[in-house]
Structure formats: structure tokens, C-alpha cells
Design a protein around this ligand. Structure first.
Ligand code: GLV
Ligand code: MG
Length: 353
């Protein structure tokens, strides 16, 4: 058993002190790029001005014979680029792969001061986080880092979902968790062949009208990911870390992509992955509260005074619980607006009208 006091002691002599709170920095979109692809790498400085998080991907989607080029590419991009307020994350290869040890050793040693978060794929349980936790502390000590690297787990195995609460609380480094619908579908032996999103076969149907089992029965497609996202959100909130949607692979279908992102936002996620530039604006729009909702939230907060009791606004009852929801929306809006002048103007305009 580990004493709670030990939880905040560094896991290696000379490693930085663990954080006690996860910084609530904007991370509406975690934009994936392949650092071994020179065309993509050339776009990184410009992309950094458009996104909250840039993620150099070393894992799936990078061919086995390009793994080393991707790792080396990330080192040179990180050294050469000023990311401004954008964060730099990486997704390392999975813990059972032949590349991960060199990923961690090289990245922490060479660019540990530039990296914010290390995304670990295919996490099965707390034991995976404990392994990374100790190794990172040893490498941080060796590299003389002053700030601990944070860890983000992808929820993409059936055992990861079964153990999601212990994963979320496995280390003070835990920054957040993303849904990985493609690997998760495979791990669960689901019969889908897509990367995220719904499926036309997963539906409910209205009752039959008379004896005809076919006529007049509307069907509604259901969300395959509802249970997992909701469970992930609860585990993250329990441990004070942040939940995210993951990839939406149908780049052309910007409409369904927006729907999937919005479901995740409404359920409590703070951001999503973006795999193509066309998804960046969708993520910004979805994961920044709507100016109308912000105006309403501010109005309820003002009307509720000290936040107790009940008031009627436009025929709707407000009380201690509804004002708390409004504070979630208003506080998120304030935090995002502090870094985004366009958003600030949109929120302030809506408030005065
Ligand atoms: C992401 O890595 C996924 O498997 O969906
Ligand atoms: Mg995956």
C-alpha cells in the first residue's frame, strides 16, 4: 500500500515535485500531426497559432519503417519551433511495442522542457501508468527537468474501460483521458469498421402500428459511445483530471463530426482530437460555450445573488443547482475568453444585447 503522503513525493531522486492540480489550460482541440512527414512538419509553426494543442503522433498511422523518422522529426520540430501559448503533446508507441522505450528516453532527454503531456495508448490498468510514472521520473531527473511531464491515457481497451477509475487516479501526473473508439471497438469485438461516430445498424424503432411490422415505424440511430464517454467523464471528475473525445475518422462528414463532438461536450468533455485542419474550427465552435448560453448563464448567476434560494427567469425556475450549472458554463467561457480575444468579443456582445 502507498501512503497518500508518498503520492506527492518524486519517484526518483532529483525529479521535479509532482503537481497537485492539473492546469485547466484550453485544450479544445488536440491536433494530430505526423512529425516524420516533412510536408506536415513544415505547417507546424502556422498550425501552432490556430490550435490549443499540437500532438506529434508516433503511434498508429505511422508505419513501422517510419517510427524512427517520426521520433527524430518530433525532436527537431520541438527544438526549432516557438509554440507560443499552444501546448506540445506527443502520443508514444504502446507499452508492448519495441519503440516505446526509445520514444520516452529520447523525447524526455532531448525535448522534455518543450513537451507538456505524453499520451499513452492502449492503457489496460493502473499498472501501465505506474510503469510510465517511474520511468518518467528517472528520465526527468537525468535530464534535469524542473517541471514534471503530465500523462494522458487513451481509453481503448475493454480492460481499460473496466479499470478506468483506477487509471484516472494512478498518478498525480494524470492529466486526462481520451476515448479511442477504433481500438476500443476492436478490443471489445464490436462489429463496426469505423473510426468513431455512429452506425446505422445501432438503432431503436418505434412500436408497430397495427399488424404491419414495417409501415410507419420510425428508427433513430443511437450513440455507440454514450456509455463509455459518460463513464470516462465520471472517472475523470472523480480524480480531478480532464476527459476528451478522440478521433472522428470520416473527415468528409463534417456534419456528423460536429454532432459527435457536441455530444461529448454536452456530456462533460473539454475537447477532442482533430485529425485534419477541417476539424479544427468544428472543435473550436463546439468546445467553446455558445455566446447565447453564456449570456443566459451570466444572467442566472446575477439574478441568483448569493446562489441560494430560487428565482423565476422567463418562466423557468432557477435554484442552487441550476446556478451551479451556469457557473460551469460561465467559468469555462471566461477561461477561454482570457486567451481568445475573438471569443471574448462574442461573449461580451451577447451579454449587452
Ligand atoms: C485511437 O487511437 C483509436 O483507436 O480510436
Ligand atoms: Mg488507437
Amino acid at each position: 500500500m502507498r501512503s497518500p503522503k508518498d503520492f506527492f513525493a518524486p519517484l526518483a531522486v532529483g525529479a521535479p515535485e509532482p503537481v497537485r492540480e492539473i492546469p485547466a489550460l484550453p485544450s479544445r482541440m488536440i491536433h494530430f500531426f505526423d512529425p516524420g512527414n516533412e510536408k506536415m512538419a513544415a505547417k507546424v509553426p502556422e498550425l501552432a497559432t490556430k490550435v490549443d494543442v499540437l500532438l506529434g503522433n508516433l503511434e498508429d498511422a505511422v508505419r513501422a519503417d517510419r517510427k524512427e523518422a517520426a521520433r527524430a522529426g518530433l525532436v527537431s520540430i520541438a527544438k526549432a519551433t516557438d509554440f507560443g501559448p499552444a501546448q506540445l503533446w506527443t502520443r508514444i508507441n504502446s507499452l508492448d511495442s519495441p519503440w516505446v522505450l526509445d520514444d520516452l528516453t529520447t523525447l524526455v532527454t532531448e525535448i522534455g522542457d518543450k513537451l507538456d503531456v505524453i499520451m499513452v495508448p492502449k492503457v489496460e490498468g493502473a499498472q501501465d501508468i505506474h510503469y510510465v510514472d517511474r520511468l518518467l521520473a528517472q528520465l526527468e531527473a537525468r535530464a534535469g527537468l524542473r517541471r514534471p511531464l503530465l500523462v494522458h491515457a487513451i481509453l481503448e481497451t475493454a480492460s481499460g474501460v473496466a479499470n478506468v477509475e483506477e487509471i484516472a487516479g494512478a498518478s498525480p501526473r494524470m492529466q486526462g483521458i481520451s476515448l479511442g473508439p477504433a481500438d476500443l471497438a476492436a478490443s471489445r469485438r464490436m462489429k463496426t469498421t469505423r473510426v468513431g461516430g455512429g452506425h446505422p445498424g445501432y438503432l431503436v424503432r418505434t412500436d408497430p402500428v397495427g399488424d404491419d411490422l414495417h409501415e410507419g415505424r420510425t428508427t433513430y440511430q443511437q450513440d455507440l459511445w454514450h456509455y463509455t464517454v459518460a463513464r470516462m467523464v465520471d472517472a475523470c471528475v472523480l480524480h480531478g483530471i480532464l476527459p476528451y473525445y478522440g478521433p472522428f475518422g470520416d473527415i468528409r462528414d463534417v456534419v456528423a463530426c460536429e454532432d459527435q463532438f457536441r455530444n461529448a461536450f454536452l456530456l462533460g468533455c473539454v475537447g477532442t482530437w482533430t485529425l485534419h485542419p477541417v476539424q479544427i474550427d468544428i472543435a473550436r465552435r463546439v468546445f467553446s460555450p455558445d455566446p447565447k448560453d453564456v449570456a443566459w448563464a451570466r444572467r442566472v448567476i446575477a439574478a441568483m445573488g448569493d446562489g441560494t434560494g430560487a428565482v423565476m427567469i422567463d418562466g423557468k425556475m432557477q435554484d442552487d443547482a441550476s446556478v451551479k450549472q451556469c457557473r460551469v458554463v460561465a467559468e469555462l467561457a471566461d477561461a477561454l475568453a482570457a486567451r481568445d480575444p475573438e471569443l471574448k468579443a462574442a461573449y461580451d456582445k451577447e451579454t449587452v444585447e
